[in-house]
Write a protein that binds this ligand. Structure first.
Ligand SMILES: [Zn+2]
Length: 196
């Protein structure tokens, strides 16, 4: 399955809705009709802060930013987003506790945002069996989610069946610092199809 990549302008916002609001695990926006499978919304219109939010229908009325959609939290994290400090405060607190960088607690959220922007699209090759659950990898032109004892192919509508992990090193899509947060015990919310 190949989706047309139509937005490589990471971190840029024109303020005008582009319609490319379905976010893939690399953080790229795609114009795909409907978003029925998405479980999270979010935006990156606040400078360095790329956030994901609960699916609150009332937010749809706010036109201050282009609303983005994610299949689930693993997808949003892989794209360089972090939990919203308002509607996902508890998740953000846990995320900060799992963030390995020793930074001033008073400024941690800003430093996390800065680090995620610095890491940008720099990705490491790692052995899949060394990666924590919830990490997204790129393998044979597809994104895959690391699950317990295997991986599942990602799509905008959900995950495929569990298959064995590749033996060789693969490109890790999730930013390195976020992978470390997952290793430190941050538990991601997954689309229901990840447990099917
Ligand atoms: Zn929010």
């Amino acid at each position: 399955m190949v989706w047309p990549v139509v937005g490589h302008d990471l971190g840029m916002s024109t303020g005008a809705p582009s319609g490319r609001n379905q976010i893939d695990p690399f953080g790229d926006g795609h114009r795909i009709p409907g978003h029925r499978a998405a479980t999270l919304t979010g935006n990156r219109d606040y400078g360095d802060s790329w956030i994901y939010c609960d699916m609150d229908p009332s937010l749809a009325l706010e036109r201050k930013y282009e609303r983005l959609f994610f299949l689930d939290e693993a997808t949003a994290l892989a794209g360089g987003f972090r939990p919203c400090n308002r509607c996902r405060r508890k998740a953000l607190e846990t995320f900060k506790e799992c963030w390995v960088e020793g930074v001033d607690p008073e400024h941690r959220t800003a430093e996390i945002d800065q680090r995620l922007r610095e890491e940008g699209t720099v990705r490491k090759a790692e052995r899949p069996s060394d990666l924590p659950i919830g990490t997204m990898i790129h393998f044979e032109d597809e994104y895959h989610l690391i699950v317990d004892g295997g991986m599942r192919q990602w799509s905008f509508t959900g995950y495929g069946p569990k298959v064995d992990l590749p033996k060789r090193r693969v490109e890790v899509t999730t930013p390195p610092s976020t992978v470390e947060a997952l290793r430190s015990g941050y538990e991601v919310e997954l689309h229901p199809s990840a447990n099917a």
